[in-house]
Design a protein around this ligand. Structure first.
Ligand code: 6GU
Length: 260
């Protein structure tokens, strides 16, 4: 089942990396149907204006609602038109009438692996990249009356606009789509899939610059290797991301580490 993605931005060139690597391959293989739209194409003045000063005063500029509504109406019309092979479909095969709209922003709900999994189940996603101090609040209300809307943040820091966040979100979602990653097994043993960070990995040579690969990995005892790797995952998570562990498990793992 192909997933349709629409991205609306004032910097379409910012999305160029989506032609590369795994995502580019998924597009060429027909697993992803990606459309990037220039918000300025939905303005009508000579200067193709997308922003204006904030009512009430304050720093910076706010994105005007008009171009956003026209751009999103265009996305909905184009995506639900059912052009041959291009229409997003629901699980039952009928065309999806509207996309789930993602608005990236530092004030959103946290984008996590769980959210990526939810989005990978959707037939059609649209992304609205804000810039400047944000998008006029009425766009959120207007869109929310027409389609499901999620405001999503990558984490507690500020980017200049939604474009880089969309690159991250599209990559996290697309790699979960069936067929995008050749070896589906590599998807399950990953950080954030089961709540623990990954174990450390090594390759040849067995000794490098006086540093040795742990002995257990050189023997063929698969049970011992699995136990060692699990232990490494728990300790690593306790040290680097204790917030991922139940409080008791976090302190036990750190005590174990000090006793070694
Ligand atoms: Cl999703 N957008 C912007 N502009 N800044 C962010 C972010 C998103 N996530 C973290 N910082």
């Amino acid at each position: 089942a192909q997933q349709r993605l629409d991205v609306v931005t004032i910097f379409p060139e910012y999305l160029a990396p989506l032609d590369l690597s795994l995502i580019g391959k998924a597009r060429r293989d027909g697993l992803l149907d990606l459309h990037v739209h220039d918000l300025r194409d939905f303005t009508h003045d000579r200067h193709r204006t997308v922003d204006d000063s904030p009512y009430g005063g304050g720093a910076g500029m706010v994105m005007k609602p008009g171009p956003w509504a026209e751009a999103l109406e265009h996305v909905v019309a184009q995506g639900s038109a059912g052009e041959a092979g291009g229409a997003a479909t629901t699980g039952a095969g009928e065309p999806a009438r509207v996309p789930t709209l993602i608005i990236p922003g530092p004030g959103g709900e946290r984008f996590t692996q769980q959210v990526a999994r939810e989005l990978a189940d959707e037939p059609w996603l649209a992304f609205a990249c804000g810039r400047y101090e944000g998008i006029d609040e009425r766009v959120y209300e207007w869109a929310g009356e027409r389609m499901p809307v999620r405001v999503l943040s990558l984490g507690d820091y500020v980017l200049n606009g939604g474009e880089v966040a969309v690159l991250a979100m599209v990559e996290a979602v697309a790699r979960l789509l069936p067929g995008v990653i050749g070896n589906a097994e590599s998807l399950v043993e990953e950080s954030h899939e089961d709540g623990l960070l990954e174990y450390p990995v090594y390759t040849k040579p067995a000794e490098w610059g006086g540093r040795h690969v742990p002995d257990v990995l050189l023997g063929g005892n698969h049970r011992a290797i699995a136990e060692w790797r699990h232990e490494q995952r728990v300790q690593r998570t306790a040290e680097r991301r204790p917030d991922l562990l139940p409080p008791a498990a976090a302190s036990t793992a750190l005590v174990d580490l000090e006793e070694r």
